[in-house]
Design a protein around this ligand. Structure first.
Ligand code: ZN
Ligand code: ZN
Ligand code: ZN
Length: 294
């Protein structure tokens, strides 16, 4: 919400101390004995708006933007829960403990998001994604390694003597290294893209907080991927668990409604699935129409 400047009526956002239109100071001295309301905290300053939460008269020094962009007084803003996530306390806890405690919170107590601090740097969010992606990438790599090591024993392929003989074990090692090196890079890239798509949907739902908050919510909700250490089961359950955690994260960190949070978490991936699924069906139909007649 914006409040009009008392001099030129240009709207300014709560927290500004000078007008973006006429440049004059918004810290206006109250006329002694005047009829205009004065700030509840600073009686010598004129009140420019009332706090939308407690109704107190507030001067420019006291006005702040609340979680949904509304004008609130400083005291009300301070009362908002703003707890750090264990991941924010890496220096005190140590990276591994901070990571582990955050994962337990996201997996078992996702409602903690509504009390959690919304701000966090992009690098800290992406580092979390990187760590989440390591266990499933490692297990996937090991699976390939095992598959290619045992395949020749189980399915012996007859080979001509003069054919160059590439050992299957080498392909396995290559797949292992590729999945450990490329997997985490892919995870970070898809997080940035996915959060961008979700952020567009959330903005349509009148979310006022910035992209960094969406990125943080998207990143932290990937904690279920650590279940990837359990082969197969982990990778089957993790994506759905992460989606549920993401709804909690968007609702909590953006302080928005369940409806907007669900749309933010599901609409983007859903549309992508329809697009991919649709083009897949179209490709199959084309193939069938071309070659099905024979
Ligand atoms: Zn002005
Ligand atoms: Zn207030
Ligand atoms: Zn004040």
């Amino acid at each position: 919400m914006s409040i009009p400047c008392p001099r030129c009526q240009t709207p300014f956002t709560p927290g500004a101390t000078s007008c973006p239109g006429c440049g004059s100071s918004l810290l206006l001295e109250a006329v002694p004995g005047g009829t205009e309301p004065t700030c509840a905290v600073h009686p010598t300053l004129r009140s420019l708006a009332t706090c939308e939460r407690c109704g107190a008269f507030a001067c420019a020094r006291c006005l702040r933007s609340g979680a949904r962009g509304e004008a609130v007084c400083e005291a009300c803003l301070a009362r908002e829960p703003n707890l750090p996530v264990p991941w924010d306390e890496r220096e005190e806890l140590g990276t591994f403990k901070a990571f582990w405690k955050t994962c337990v919170n996201v997996l078992l107590r996702p409602e903690f998001f509504s009390r959690a601090r919304a701000e966090g740097s992009a690098s800290s969010s992406l580092l979390f994604v990187l760590l989440c992606s390591l266990p499933p990438c490692f297990v996937t790599g090991l699976t390939y390694l095992g598959m290619f090591s045992f395949m020749p024993a189980m399915f012996p392929i007859p080979r001509a003597e003069d054919q160059p003989n590439v050992p299957f074990e080498w392909i396995g090692v290559a797949a292992f290294v590729a999945s450990i090196l490329l997997g985490p890079v892919m995870a970070v890239a898809t997080t940035v893209l996915g959060a961008g798509l979700d952020h567009l949907v959330l903005r349509m739902g009148n979310v006022t907080r910035g992209f960094q908050v969406t990125l943080r919510a998207h990143a932290l909700s990937q904690a279920p991927w650590v279940l990837g250490v359990v082969p197969f089961i982990g990778t089957q359950v993790a994506p759905f668990w992460a989606l549920v955690a993401r709804v909690f994260a968007y609702r909590g960190l953006h302080r928005t409604t369940w409806g907007v949070a669900v749309a933010g978490a599901l609409l983007g991936p859903g549309l992508l699935c329809c697009l991919c699924g649709g083009s897949y069906i179209a490709a199959v139909m084309f193939f069938v129409s071309q070659f099905g007649g024979n």
